[in-house]
Design a binder for this molecule. Sequence first.
Ligand code: UD1
Ligand code: CA
Length: 458
Amino acid sequence: MNQRTCLSVILAAGEGTRMKSALPKVLHQIAGLPMVAHVVKAAEAAGASGVALVIGHGADEMRKAAAKFAPEAETFVQEKRLGTAHAVIAARAAISKGYDDVLVMFGDTPLIDADALTVARLRLAEGAAVVVIGFRPPNPTGYGRLIEKGGKLIAIREEKDCSEEERKIGFCNAGMMAVAGAHALKLLDAVDNKNAKGEYYLTDIVEIAGAQGLDVVATEASFESALGINNRAELAQAEAIWQQRRRHEAMLSGVTLIAPETVYFSHDTEIGADTIVEPNVWFGPGVMVASGAKIHAFSHIEGATIASNCDVGPFARLRPGADLRNKAKVGNFCEVKQAVIEEGAKVNHLTYIGDARVGAGANIGAGTITCNYDGYSKFFTDIGEGAFIGSNSSLVAPVTIGNGGYVASGSVITESVPDDALAFGRARQKTIPGKGKELRERFASAAAAKKKAAGADH
Ligand code: UD1
Ligand code: CA
């Protein structure tokens, strides 16, 4: 086990103009989580205990977001964007706390996997002072090339500064590095800006370390893990890769996905073995599904808990606070929000249940609506165990239906119904024998008279 302490410095000061967005680039989401939060998660999974976020563009928004996805992170503002080395130095106060390892990462590289970082940290533990994470992109144009000699990395050459020979190198700088904490600031402070772009290049520390006789090596990561996001097309590409990985993981963990490419997960979706997910299902953030559930086609689920052996959909919408207990059923065209559907209860068709409890074994008829909102406040509907709500009833909250309560179809229930009571909330039906026929005859002769009168006008 690696006992060395580790700080992750995440560069996220860039504007990301190519996103054409009011939102800072790294706050755009992959699987419902800002891309920079994915980077933080990877760093933490690789053992980083400290996180320093270097921000600039949209600093206030970044701080606010970071307080949510990385409450422990320290933020540092890089006032002017003078290059990647300059950006790392903005976090000087964090680096000088004396971590063993410093991981430099980019906030716009959301698919970085923790393994690549762990491998880099292992090389530090073995004595390297700088470890550069490299990759082999299908098209290396635009990337810094890794120049190696005898197993050592001697330089990173930015595309612009490459000779023709160097430009042919396919092994490129992914941008991420692991630097021994003991050397980090000394190496960074030695970087100058004497290059074509007039920037302080982080990549220059490779040659600086080499000149000091320090050990510098490169490791290799997958293309995806180094995929940098600059525009919305790349954002969608990263999302697709993320989803593909997650679907694969879900299936290997025992979840059946009938058409995996049509099922979308969020960063925090939990889903148990032997659950079957039919095509075109969307899991928004905050969903937990236990084992043995069936999620039928075209269901949209967010912020919901689904216990074992539940049956959901097709076309169900579960909104935040939907809490389905064991064997509960929520069928087609039903919406459930902030409501507990207790064990074995059935909400089968065309129903809205919001701010409510549906007791165990209760049956909610088609078209039932909990009228939970008066335009100003929300009110609670409590439906007891084994209650039966007849089709097309409106339950005007606040209202309680007792255990075993029975509501007649088409009722508007405005007063609570005691246990085992029957409640009608509608006008009584009146049936008049023969009256239908009489009406029809009267209407027919009236229409004929009108037609005749119109003809006489001509
Ligand atoms: C960098 C590498 C290049 C590598 C490529 C991989 C350097 C000098 N070059 O080039 O070798 O192949 O990444 O994608 O490091 N940033 C700041 N403040 C700054 C400058 C940059 O926060 O002053 C942030 C950016 O927001 C971005 C990251 O650092 O997230 C990388 O900067 P960028 O300008 O995109 O570097 P590249 O030219 O892509
Ligand atoms: Ca870049």
